[in-house]
Design a protein around this ligand. Structure first.
Ligand code: FES
Length: 359
């Protein structure tokens, strides 16, 4: 049975439960001892003052430590440049945070207040009161009196911007034509030549892929075998461009344009695994329709028609890699992709991209 009763008077409606009031005010140690207050003031200044030194140290480290130097930290290998820059910059912002918290807890006003709930629109009188409270709050922060804290905090925040700005240098080098040809427009397959082809290998087992082992409808994630020669971050950088998928389709069910008739081995075709929209790796394969779906924004490519886009935001066909077989029947490449892989960028030349209907 319900024991709920409705409040009957305005007062009961406004205060359905007893007002517990405020806890007794506990005085902070600095409120009763001016000497401790001054010490807290110095601590806040010290925290804010140390931060710019660390920010400057991070800036120096950014330029001073060679990018290829690695260190071992708790069993992990990591680039020394990343480690020290991150540690110093992180400590700089931590000190700003600690200084702000220490300031708020020890030096700002420490008065408990109760604010009654009331209708949303305040009266003129209340608004004037609130503005007066805001003025008082600003005065209570001590901003006008504590010039040292203000100056040190300003310095800490200002110098913290320096290492942030220098990291913009990592957006470089400027993508000139030769720089692009050396980096984003080149994959590891460029090392392959007709006399020294590169084998295509499974991307987890490194096993060479034999044409005879692939069945119609099958898709294999693969990569160039020469990726094995690289170490450290170079492996990730090169793999992100040279990742490929190999599919086998019934040759009479797909469209092979004249210009690509030597690019496949009995209906085995090789494509870049990197979506031409914004670069997600793709391998969602629908073998009946020959469609490959990107999970990021649903771009869909027709691998049975030179990788053209049939749906979604991607603007370019998936780059296809010309392949053949060696004496052992293993799939190999004799050269690089004919167009840059991955997403578009301002300077990209799209004239060689395959368009539906090209031959
Ligand atoms: S990255 Fe593939 S659709 Fe956006």
């Amino acid at each position: 049975m319900s024991t709920h009763t409705h409040p009957s008077t305005d007062l009961e409606r406004q205060h359905p439960v007893d007002d517990p009031g405020l806890e007794p005010h506990a005085e902070r140690y600095i409120d009763s001892d001016e000497r401790l207050g001054r010490a807290a003031n110095r601590q806040v200044v010290a925290l804010f003052g140390l931060s710019p030194l660390l920010a400057l140290a991070a800036t120096v480290v950014y330029f001073a430590i060679p990018r290829d130097l690695e260190i071992t930290f708790i069993g992990f290998h990591t680039p020394a440049h990343h480690f020290w820059f991150g540690l110093l910059l992180g400590s700089a912002i931590l000190l700003i945070g600690l200084g702000a918290v220490h300031w708020a807890r020890t030096l700002m006003s420490d008065v408990e207040m109760i604010e009654e709930r009331h209708p949303i629109a305040s009266s003129e009188e209340d608004r004037a009161g609130i503005l007066a409270e805001i003025d008082k709050g600003i005065a209570d922060t001590g901003l006008s009196r504590r010039k040292m804290i203000l100056a040190s905090m300003g310095g800490a925040l200002g110098l913290f911007a320096v290492p942030m700005l220098v990291t913009l240098a990592d957006l470089g080098p400027w993508p000139t034509r030769s720089e692009r040809a050396r980096t984003i427009e080149r994959t590891l397959f460029a090392e392959a030549t007709p006399s020294k082809p590169v084998r295509l290998v499974n991307d987890t087992t490194w096993a060479p892929i034999r044409a005879a082992d692939l069945e119609i409808g099958q898709l294999v994630n693969a990569q160039p075998e020469n990726l094995k020669n690289l170490h450290g971050t170079a492996v990730q950088v090169e793999k992100s461009k040279a990742a490929i998928i190999i599919v086998r389709m019934a040759i009479d069910k797909i469209n092979i344009p004249e210009s690509r008739k030597d690019w496949h081995v009995d209906g085995i075709l090789c494509y870049s695994k990197i979506c031409t929209h914004v670069g997600c790796p793709i391998s969602l394969w629908e073998q009946q329709t020959h469609h490959l779906l990107c999970p990021c924004h649903q771009s869909t490519f027709d691998l049975g028609d030179s990788g053209v886009v049939v749906f979604g935001p991607a603007a370019r066909a998936l780059p296809q890699l010309p392949i053949t077989v060696n004496e052992a029947g293993e799939l190999v490449a004799h050269g690089d992709f004919t167009v840059p892989v991955g997403p578009s960028y301002f300077e990209r030349d799209s004239r060689n991209d395959y368009q539906k209907g090209d031959n």
